[in-house]
Design a protein around this ligand. Sequence first.
Ligand SMILES: Cc1cc2nc3c(=O)[nH]c(=O)nc-3n(C[C@H](O)[C@H](O)[C@H](O)COP(=O)(O)O)c2cc1C
Length: 281
Amino acid sequence: MSTTSSALDALLQARYGSSTDAAHSVAAHTLNPCLETQLKHRSVRSYQDKALAPDTLELLVAAAQSASTSSNLQSWSVVAVEDPERKNRLARLAGNQDHIRACPLFLVWLVDLARLDALGERRGLARDSLDYLELLMVGIIDATLAAQNAALAAESLGLGIVYIGGMRNQPEAVAAELGLPPRTFAVFGMCVGHPNPERITSVKPRLPQQAVLHREQYQAHQVTTSADNYIAIMSSFYQRHGIKTNGDWDQHSLHRVRGPDAMTGRERLAEALRKLGFAMR
Ligand SMILES: Cc1cc2nc3c(=O)[nH]c(=O)nc-3n(C[C@H](O)[C@H](O)[C@H](O)COP(=O)(O)O)c2cc1C
């Protein structure tokens, strides 16, 4: 076995939390820097008090803009926040998440249909589709693909990131803080910074591929059985890292989706989106 294929096996084992068939099934491949960055991903929530190298933001945005985009509409934007006071206010709006204060760069990824709206107004052209759920979906997909490209670019530079869904807890207040025009919406934030070497987190195992990979047609019968091994892997992960949970991985996940009281304000997202100019017909 070559050094790179055993390095790939080791990363796959970490990704799945065990020696798995997945490692076996990729034996024909060897590790490369792109795969290494992807497979080593872990969220980083503790940062050094250190500025990013000059032009890092511009490089991350170039990576983001290199992602595929529906019909080349490029229906997203990003707001880069570095001002400590603004980060502090956004941290509060996102459920008081300290890592937003600690990171040197906080990126807020937007659905941006305002640009097309303005261009349509200038040309005097119809743009009725902007009022449909489909276009909001397009913007969310585009923003997400762009953000993930930026995330990988940041990680390839040795930086750490964590996504912040808490931006959706109070969408109107976030929009006011960032001066967003109608038809824009903060889908999520992303902390970017140099990882604190004293708080390096582990790669978090994912479900076995049998749970997520369906060949030809969806295999409903494997839904519960394929989760069982993972539940055991996650229990030992939680124990090893002293992570407090609401029971096993499935119980913990179900606790998160139990109902509106667990949605930290996001249960009123449809109403907030309409106020922000998305009719969602
Ligand atoms: C869209 C999205 C929103 C997230 N929101 C938050 C958040 O508000 N706060 C946080 O600490 N982590 C957040 N996360 C990070 C997830 O908890 C994390 O990705 C997941 O537990 C897997 O861990 P890993 O990224 O270390 O592999 C978010 C992730 C995504 C993709």
